[in-house]
Design a protein around this ligand. Structure first.
Ligand SMILES: N[C@@H](CCC(=O)N[C@@H](CS)C(=O)NCC(=O)O)C(=O)O
Length: 219
């Protein structure tokens, strides 16, 4: 296992998905933590290989390895890094537990309907069933966004100061980039802009976009 942290990312992705592939969250948390990392780019053949499936059972990205651990699932990897990086998870137990709840909320309460909406918009927009289904799904996404925005009113971040929960929430919200849903909500738009203005996010985003542009492994 490598001693330097190593993540996997996709070698290729359609342009519309570049900047929202899940390794972005892992790059971001590593950048926030100041941890150097290598990026191993993978494609379908490697993703389906037994060796890669041993690392990531679903054959997806990101996977993560360091001297101690091999992990998959962006949320689990973000939590693993944040646990070692005090500013990214509160020290105080109640606040720490609440931060974890928001990581789960991003992935479990907000993400599923956003993914379903994206599936319709990107892959089935012209299908009759999709046209029928979309309004109800969009309303469900809107209700989740309204709840997050209501919670954020008067707050800069989900828990006290910027941390793991914000990384996962912003990661999840990037999948709405093809809509105006965030732009139409001043609280969420300001929250997103505040988080994405962080130099660590900008470095993470550049890393993902550069890798797609060059098709080479980067660190
Ligand atoms: N729940 C997983 C999702 C992983 C996932 O679906 N990754 C996508 C990119 S965002 C992927 O690897 N797609 C390439 C493929 O399916 O071949 C996580 O958050 O890590």
């Amino acid at each position: 296992m490598p001693t330097k942290a190593r993540i996997t990312a996709l070698r290729c992705a359609p342009v519309r998905f570049q900047g929202q592939v899940r390794d972005l969250a892992v790059r971001w948390v590593l950048e926030e933590a100041g941890i150097a990392y290598d990026v191993r780019l993978v494609g379908p053949e490697e993703q389906n290989s037994p060796a890669y499936r041993a690392l990531h059972p679903f054959g997806k990205v990101p996977a993560y390895e360091d001297g101690d651990v091999a992990l998959f699932e962006s949320g689990a990897i973000v939590m693993h890094i944040a646990e070692k990086t005090p500013p990214l998870l509160p020290e105080e137990p109640a606040a720490r537990a609440r931060a974890k709840a928001w990581v789960f909320a991003a992935l479990n309460s907000v993400d599923p309907d956003i993914i379903a909406l994206g599936d319709i918009d990107h892959f089935a927009a012209d299908e009759a069933w999709a046209k029928q289904r979309r309004p109800a799904l969009a309303a469900m996404v809107q209700a989740r966004l309204d709840a997050v925005a209501a919670y954020l009113a008067g707050r800069e971040y989900l828990v006290d100061r910027f941390g793991a929960a914000d990384i996962m929430m912003i990661m999840v919200l990037t999948a709405l980039r093809h809509t105006t849903m965030i732009a139409d909500m001043p609280t969420l738009r300001a929250y997103r802009d505040r988080c994405e203005a962080r130099p660590a996010f900008q470095r993470a985003l550049k890393g993902q976009l550069d890798a797609f542009a060059q098709g080479v492994t980067s660190s």
